[in-house]
Write a protein that binds this ligand. Structure first.
Ligand SMILES: *Cc1c(COP(=O)(O)O)cnc(C)c1O
Length: 376
């Protein structure tokens, strides 16, 4: 069976974990956490980041930082993972779902102005598949209405909008290092703070609402409970694992982008002949090889393609059941119609994409898809 995902271990993880253990201090914000922070700041140009136990945690920190209160409205795409919404729901926000573009699962920036009310506090964008949302339009709109922009950049490591690194554009951004992402730590994430107004408080919320970090820097005489917060820091063992991945970032990225491009080239003819639709990459966006998808004509066709691939030992998956139709959101009744979002929910199919996917297996997948459509 060709699996859908296979987490890539670079081979250096145990070396760094062993070192972390032998240093004798494995709680949060230790040696390897600092090394990862330095890497992100110095090699990747993020101005201030904090490792977290997950992207979900980083999103929850973002919701606390922008002071979400019951009744505040937060605009986000319906075509996303539950954590994007949950983080704000936990603080009492009302979620206002926006539709995707017709030819791109990302939030349609042109529809957002209609959704803004006097209660709107933030727009959360999700760079689906690592492909940038239209950030100029969104940042301009946000600045006109005095809103915060939070980038759910879970899938967007090493990706760009007009040459600007994703995760550096909104006021805050959240990354994921879950084992299904490009760079992994098993479970892990990162909050990026791009607006200096949040610097100090971010660190406090991260450290359970205490000024512990400032205390260890010798800036305060004792450490106390100064705000709300939680235990958002990962263990230094997790950070040691992540550090091994970061050192191999370039190698991992070049391989994943190559696989992504081979799918695109291999399936291009089927796209041109109208059998299926391939990802549409706007001029302003880059490809980071996070995930490869194709779009079928209808759900019956997608179901048939999944079973055909499965019969031929290829595991493909679909995802994101429109959140506006989820049992949790729907419980109060809603008549919201988001047609483009539903279109991707019903028809989008993800193909295997992982570092160790070899050429032969990939050719086989492309061959099978062509066979399916031509013999249908
Ligand atoms: C993976 C993912 C998350 C959650 O990441 P965790 O690290 O598992 O919490 C959130 N949003 C999006 C868009 C994701 O793809």
């Amino acid at each position: 069976m060709i699996p859908f995902n296979k987490p890539y271990m670079t081979g250096d993880e145990l070396y760094y974990i062993k070192d972390a253990v032998s240093r004798g201090k494995i709680s949060g914000n230790g040696y390897y956490t600092q090394k990862c922070h330095n890497y992100f700041n110095e090699q990747m140009g993020f101005r201030n980041c904090l490792l977290t136990s997950s992207c979900t945690d980083a999103l929850e920190m973002a919701a606390i930082l922008i002071d979400i209160e019951p009744g505040d409205e937060v605009i986000m795409p319906s075509y996303t993972f539950v954590s994007t919404a949950n983080a704000f729901v936990l603080r009492g926000a009302k979620i206002v779902f926006a539709d995707s573009y017709k030819d791109n699962p990302n939030i349609n920036a042109d529809t957002l102005h209609e959704l803004i009310t006097s209660k709107t506090k933030a727009i959360v964008v999700v760079h689906y598949a690592g492909i940038a949302c239209d950030m100029d339009k969104i940042m301009n709109l946000a600045s006109t209405h005095d809103l915060f922009v939070i980038e759910d950049a879970a899938q967007a490591i090493d990706s760009y909008y007009k040459g600007k690194r994703l995760g550096t554009i909104g006021h805050l951004a959240a990354f994921s290092f879950h084992e299904t992402k490009n760079i992994i730590a098993g479970e892990g994430g990162m909050l990026v703070v791009n607006d200096e107004r949040f610097d100090q408080r971010a660190e406090i919320i991260w450290e359970k609402g205490t000024n512990r970090s400032a205390f260890f820097r010798g800036e305060v005489a004792k450490y106390s409970w100064v705000d709300i917060g939680s235990s958002f820091l990962p263990s230094d063992v997790t950070a040691a694992f992540l550090y091994a991945q970061l050192e191999n970032l370039e190698k991992i990225q070049s391989r994943r982008k190559k696989i992504w491009n081979s799918y695109f080239e291999g399936l291009k003819k089927l796209g041109e002949s109208g059998f299926l639709k391939l990802p549409n990459i706007p001029d302003y966006a880059s490809v980071n090889g996070h995930l490869f998808y194709l779009v079928c004509k209808n759900i019956q066709e997608r179901t048939a393609l999944i079973s055909f691939l499965k019969q031929n030992n290829v595991h493909s998956v679909f995802h994101y059941l429109s959140l506006h139709k989820s049992p949790f959101y729907h419980k109060d009744g809603t008549s919201l119609v988001l047609g483009n979002c539903d279109h991707f929910t019903d028809n989008l199919l993800r193909l295997p994409l992982y570092y160790e996917l070899d050429r032969e297996d990939q050719n086989q997948i492309v061959f099978l898809i062509a066979k399916f459509f031509k013999e249908k």
